[in-house]
Design a protein around this ligand. Structure first.
Ligand SMILES: *Cc1c(COP(=O)(O)O)cnc(C)c1O
Length: 360
């Protein structure tokens, strides 16, 4: 199997090996130590400001998006949601479900968010901003620094969904002034799915500690209180947290977050150079490093996904909804090499010949 999706992705041998071990009991000082180590490295890699904290959640990242909306906003807020695809739409729906007043800054698929467009919403009394830094459905990267400056100017609580951007695109939580950063185990962290991390800057810690949340499982104040002793309120995905520990230490040993980001960027660039000779168009005006969205000019995107899966054992991501037949996505995250890119390109060439459009 060769997996070019955006998650779950392929794991390193070390992470796979930890997954093959027995899962230990967790109310122990040993497990607490492991959790403290995870927290320390997460804060370091997120470039979080002093006194930030991490909530390790046993849920997929959508659960963390929901927890953040529930813990950080109320019906007294007025939130601006950047919606350029299905993950932006998810924040919109979460605001609707939890009665958080909101307006939507809508962008077309692949459209870049410019400063002009953003500042149409300047000085309008918004209290918070929700954004997916890499809108993974089309691979558009938003400028976290530009958004941070906007939030600072308007005194808005700034929430960054970095689920697919963390470890793939440069992100400096302290510098851009994000209050919250969300990510998950199965994206660039390249572990199995099951755990999602919420990094909270001091202002966010304050806010959740004073929140009145109608939820037991998603009460972030309770999560943070338990984390003071390296624990979680309920049984976490212990095995995945041990794999995350192995992976964070692997990244640290290889030179840290900037080296990992450069590795993913090089993987993306190699692919984009190799595919530029084929009859495909790039969808994103502002491409993120983690994923490339591709529009085949003379072939059906979903057919290509099926061909690769069924005849080559290669997985890419199909798109959903109205993009199903026109766009597919290739991930550059996980345990992949430049040779793997060549294998995929060769398969794509054969498929295009098969449907009679080998292009140039
Ligand atoms: C993958 C992803 C999520 C969360 O997906 P889950 O299926 O809940 O893990 C959220 N936001 C973005 C930008 C993502 O890429």
């Amino acid at each position: 199997m060769l997996n070019f999706t955006v998650g779950p992705v392929m794991c390193s041998d070390e992470v796979c090996a930890v997954g093959g071990e027995q899962v230990p009991y967790f109310r122990t000082s040993e497990f607490s130590e492991l959790m403290f180590e995870n927290e320390k490295l997460m804060l370091k890699f997120a470039k979080a400001p002093e006194n930030s904290r991490v909530a390790f959640m046993t849920n997929s990242s959508t659960g963390s998006m929901e927890a953040v909306v529930m813990n950080c906003f109320t019906e007294k807020d007025r939130v601006l949601v950047i919606n350029g695809g299905s993950f932006g739409q998810r924040f919109v729906e979460l605001c609707e479900i939890h009665d958080v007043p909101h307006d939507v800054l809508k962008l077309n698929h692949g459209q870049k968010l410019t400063k002009e467009k953003l500042y149409e919403y300047d000085g309008m009394g918004y209290t918070g901003l929700l954004v997916n830094i890499d809108e993974t459905s089309t691979g558009v990267l938003y400028d976290s620094e530009m958004l941070g400056e906007f939030c600072r100017k308007n005194n808005m609580f700034y929430v960054c969904d970095c689920v697919s951007a963390f470890l793939a695109d440069p992100f400096d939580m302290a510098h851009c002034g994000a209050d919250i950063m969300i990510t998950g185990s199965q994206k660039v962290l390249a572990c199995p799915p099951g755990v999602s991390m919420i990094v909270l800057a001091p202002r966010a810690v304050d806010r959740v500690q004073n929140a009145k949340v109608k939820s037991m499982y998603f009460d972030l104040a309770d999560v943070l209180k338990n984390m003071e002793r390296g624990q979680t309120p309920f049984t976490p995905a212990v095995g995945i947290l041990r794999q995350i520990n192995a992976r964070l230490k692997e990244i640290e040993a290889a030179g840290g977050v900037d080296v990992e980001i450069a590795r993913v960027a090089a993987q993306a660039q190699d692919f984009r150079e190799k595919i530029s000779a084929l009859p495909f168009e790039f969808v994103s005006e502002s491409p993120a490093n983690g994923v490339t969205s591709i529009h085949p000019l003379n072939a059906d995107a979903y057919e290509i996904f099926l061909e690769l899966k069924d005849h080559y054992g290669i997985w890419i991501c199909p798109n959903g909804g109205d993009l199903k037949n026109t766009v597919f996505r290739v991930g550059h995250i996980g345990y992949l090499s430049h040779e793997d890119n060549t294998t995929l390109i060769n398969a794509l060439k054969e498929i295009l010949i098969g449907v009679g459009c080998s292009g140039n």
